[in-house]
Design a protein around this ligand. Sequence first.
Ligand code: NAP
Length: 295
Amino acid sequence: MAEPLFRRLALIGVGLIGSSVARIARARGDLAAEVVATARSAATLARVAALGIADVVEPDPARAVAGADCVMICAPVGAYAAIGAAIAPHLAPGAIVTDVGSTKQSVIRDLGPLLPAGVHFVPAHPIAGTEFSGPDAGFAALFEGRWCLLTPLPGSDGEAVERIRELWRRCGAMVAAMEPAHHDRVLAIVSHLPHLIAFTICGTADDLADESRAEVLQFAASGFRDFTRIAGSDPTMWRDVFLNNREALLEMLARFMEDAQAMARAVRWGDGAYIEDKINRGRKIRRSLIEINQA
Ligand code: NAP
């Protein structure tokens, strides 16, 4: 077994993502010699203790980060400013602060200015998840074969970036670096907009008159079923993602609405060729995803 990458890894938030990292650390032994976990609620802390996936379960975030050489924030992105204010004075000199948040410019905006000099900041985002949340939802294979995007800042310490790269490699992920604004635009189209559409379409179905609503559930075709899976995701996490990637999400939504209008026009005027062409493009994207093992 390789040497542990870190002496003490503090996880701030132990839901789907944080508890998956904790499980990997437990299973491999070479992420950190000691894992400390903190969360907001007593119920989550008790559950993490019962699962035995952290060496120390600590209700106070300031105490959780004390002496940690790596702090990984795994909470909803709307909580970052408050978390940053709570932990910043207690961070050890030379510590690396990293995260897993789904938006990157907001994380850099909210956390960056709070971190003291001598603490290295390496924002990251593993592109892996499910619609489930909480410490029971995590599993050690979550990041296997998936991408983790790092969005280091111009002045980021190369050695700190390399250690976070290695951490994600040991979690089974493929790692790439990306500029934060570019990350937010790419994620707006591949993840944030699809979630917005799923939440919206479920709302539209739910607004139908009572008798058709019952039929929507009873006869849900696979298309609608797939949307309901995505729509089952955590409301706090997704509210925070939408509000913290506002510009890119609104831009992608505007483009989507234009294209949806064009499709509506083709349907209205019986333009079968246009419709078929769009469906063929969709099928091509699906086939490419399968080919690169990201389906
Ligand atoms: P989750 O399962 O809902 O877990 C969130 C965790 O954060 C919980 O342990 C929660 O504690 C804790 N938390 C919330 N507010 C906190 C605060 N103020 N201080 C300390 N802890 C706090 O969420 P998740 O799916 O793991 O998502 C975590 C992060 O990963 C988010 O930023 C999300 O954008 C990102 N992400 C999610 C996915 C996905 O598909 N789910 C994929 C990639 C990245 P309590 O349980 O006590 O409230």
